[in-house]
Design a protein around this ligand. Structure first.
Ligand code: SF4
Length: 335
């Protein structure tokens, strides 16, 4: 029986813990005060609109297991390989030992303040997809004056596919999230007009393309191939947009009550810090596996494994499947 440390109590960390705890003792470390924060921040999950809390509750139930010791509010800041196993150091300087470590420290969303030209944090009518998710969860979508918005515009690829912010990669989940959120808006506010500004829509998963069609045909959502280059405030506190319709080749000026920035996925602070400390940092500071094809849960460091969105942008269901693969890899290696 081995002592396994898992860093991150999100979907990946919990799934790995639940499987490995059948044979091993697990220490599950989470810097937040509770598990599954990134799932609980969401209202409904694509593509089937399952309530996020329902999924989170089922996952959290897996932690009712005497072989999983949970350590919430414990921020692991360093990770080093010792003579016999691994040494984890938390923010207070206390060290914790483990035979094996799974890095499942996940992602955080791109900080939209960095795109100053889009006015997040400057104009109250500019919000992020995460802010909208919270509104959908409370059942009330309002503009900054507390009124029902007549127009909502979404902008894709904020902080992804963007040389200026240093993130050239695609975040993979924000296209389908925008389609999902646009449908949610139209369900809750049938009189609100919705625009989605996109570079190209990446509907890669099962059921995504159908959802995109439904968004257009049943919910009348307007998809505009184009970029918003600038947002400003109007005299009546709406948001003025400077955009370009790249299909028509026309500049556009329009105002909207809410501008929703579809923020991409970045490595969490913990992912970047620990991947660098352990010598497995890859591009953009995501954790690097040995090979995406055959060894996607192994790292170049013996006894250190990776699971979920600490490696790259991933949906919730892909994260869970990846975590299962990590657990199988570990069982094969150490049983
Ligand atoms: S998933 Fe869509 S919105 Fe997100 S970065 Fe990729 S193309 Fe842009």
């Amino acid at each position: 029986m081995s002592k396994i440390a898992i860093i991150g109590a999100g979907a990946a960390g919990i799934e790995v813990a639940a499987i490995l705890s059948k044979q091993h003792d697990i220490d599950l470390y989470e810097k937040e005060a509770a598990p599954l924060c990134n799932i609980r921040n969401k209202a409904l999950l694509f593509p089937d609109f399952t309530p996020a809390d329902e999924v989170a509750d089922q996952m959290a139930a897996k932690l009712n297991n005497p072989r999983i010791a949970t350590h919430y509010g414990m921020n692991i800041t360093n990770l080093q390989k010792g003579q016999s196993g691994w040494q984890l150091t938390d923010a207070t300087g206390t060290t914790h030992n483990a035979d094996y470590v799974v890095l499942a420290s996940g992602y955080e969303v791109f900080d939209a303040h960095k795109k100053e030209e889009l006015g997040y944090g400057i104009y109250p009518g500019v919000i992020t997809s995460l802010d909208l998710e919270k509104m959908v969860k409370t059942g009330k979508i309002t503009n900054n004056m507390g009124d029902t918005p007549k127009t909502i515009s979404f902008l894709q690829c904020v902080g992804s596919r963007d040389e200026k912010s240093g993130n050239n990669y695609c975040s993979k989940v924000c296209c389908v999230t925008a389609v999902k959120q646009a449908i949610e808006v139209r369900k809750m506010l049938p009189d609100t007009t919705v625009y989605v500004f996109y570079m190209d829509l990446r509907m890669w998963g099962q059921g995504f393309e159908e959802m995109y069609r439904t968004a257009q045909e049943e919910y009348g959502i307007n998809f505009v191939r184009g970029r918003i280059s600038e947002a400003a405030s109007t005299y009546d506190q709406r948001v003025q947009l400077k955009a370009e319709d790249t299909l028509m080749g026309l500049p556009l000026n329009m105002s909207t009550d809410l501008l929703v920035l579809m923020v991409g996925m970045c490595p969490s602070e913990g992912t970047a810090q620990l991947a660098n400390a352990a010598g497995i940092a890859g591009k953009y500071n995501f954790a690097q596996s040995v090979s995406e094809h055959l060894c996607d849960n192994l790292t170049t460091q013996e006894g250190l494994f990776v699971a979920g969105a600490c490696k790259r942008p991933m949906s919730v269901n892909d994260t869970i499947q990846d975590a299962r693969a990590t657990a199988v890899t570990i069982l094969e290696k150490i049983s």
